[in-house]
Design a protein around this ligand. Structure first.
Ligand code: FMN
Length: 197
């Protein structure tokens, strides 16, 4: 029997979860990153295509390879974060559909024959998967700091030179330093942006 999750869980995932700009000096283990992936992978994607590809950057050496692509405001926090994940997407995700969506072989051909549809589908669903990653990380007690302030082409040249995988956004992961954020910004009310028809 399903039931609403606890107020405490809701607070941790949404109501009190913040975007962090500073990080406590506390490591994140590879095992935790595997757990985050093993939770987020169950989030839904179009035709179960799972186009998201995730590069977890942990070492200072590889962080330095990110640096030239980052906008100036994102450098310090990215260098300080225990992990920065590159949320990317595979333009040829459809080649895995025979494994991921075996009951409908026509779906592979639909995407394989329409590069624009494949790109749009890969980008949309990797964005969703990036959101699942943020929620999964929070559910497992970690904090996140997503970022789109970087030069995608420059980063792709450095990390995805084959041209088949493209970056979507970056997300720092760690234990957030509460001293690093300011007053929470407002959100729209239901009546501002929602319509009941
Ligand atoms: C896709 C995405 C891209 C973002 N890009 C940046 C960025 O480049 N630099 C930055 O400082 N914050 C960035 N942010 C953080 C947002 O400004 C922040 O999540 C928002 O103001 C809500 O803050 P809160 O979670 O603390 O309420 C980004 C957030 C998202 C989801």
């Amino acid at each position: 029997m399903k039931h609403a999750i606890s107020d405490e869980a809701l607070a941790q995932i949404f109501l009190e979860a913040r975007t962090y700009n500073g990080w406590l000096d506390k490591p994140v283990t590879d095992e935790q990153l595997r757990q985050v992936y093993d939770v987020m992978k169950w989030g839904p994607t179009s035709a179960n295509g799972s186009p998201g590809r995730f590069v977890f950057v942990r070492s200072p050496e590889v962080k330095e390879r990110l640096r030239p692509a980052l906008s100036s405001g994102n450098v310090e926090k990215t260098m300080a974060a225990p992990v920065t994940v590159i949320v990317a997407y595979d333009l040829q995700f459809y080649e895995k559909l025979p494994q991921l969506f075996p009951h409908k072989p026509a779906m592979r051909d639909l995407y394989a024959s329409n590069a624009q549809l494949a790109e749009e589908t890969a980008r949309r669903n990797s964005s969703l998967q990036g959101a699942y990653l943020i929620i999964a990380a929070r559910a497992l007690g970690l904090d996140c700091g997503p970022m789109s302030g970087f030069d995608n082409a420059k980063l792709d040249e450095e990390f995805f030179s084959d041209g088949v995988v493209r970056s979507n956004f970056l997300c720092n992961i760690g234990y957030g330093d509460p001293a690093s954020f300011t007053t929470r910004l407002p959100r729209f009310e239901f009546h501002d942006v929602c319509t009941l028809l």
